[in-house]
Ligand binder design. Structure first.
Ligand code: ZN
Length: 123
């Protein structure tokens, strides 16, 4: 199969459009500087996003979530909840983004530095 010039141009345009869209998203969304880990509505931990960490969150009633902070993003890499929705959620790194595990009442949320006073109030 021969690749026509028109196809090449179309692909180039699509890639450029995708790159432009990505750049706009990157520039407008504010990068977070820390994450809070809340269990049952209570903030248990505040972790910096710029330090790579692996944390196993365990619950008194059993169960766990493995939280991974890597390259300024946070994600749940492993859990034993029935739906595993938290494991399948995308990595979070922008202010306000969160990962929720309903069965474990776990909420991991990204905060920017300007809002760090919220953490103090919560504690
Ligand atoms: Zn889960």
């Amino acid at each position: 199969m021969r690749i026509r010039k028109a196809d090449v141009i179309l692909i180039a345009v699509l890639i450029a459009a995708a790159a432009a869209l990505w750049a706009v998203t990157e520039l407008t969304a504010e990068a977070g500087s820390s994450i809070t880990v809340s269990v049952d509505g209570e903030v248990k931990w505040t972790l910096p996003l710029d330090e790579d960490t692996v944390m196993r969150i365990e619950y008194p009633g059993g169960g766990y979530n493995m939280l991974v902070v890597e390259n300024g993003t946070a994600q749940v890499c492993e859990a034993d909840c029935p739906d595993l929705k938290c494991v399948h959620m995308k990595k979070i790194s922008r202010d306000g983004e969160c990962i929720i595990c309903l069965p474990h009442k776990l909420v991991i949320q990204v905060h920017s530095s300007e809002k760090s006073d919220v953490d103090t109030i919560a504690q």
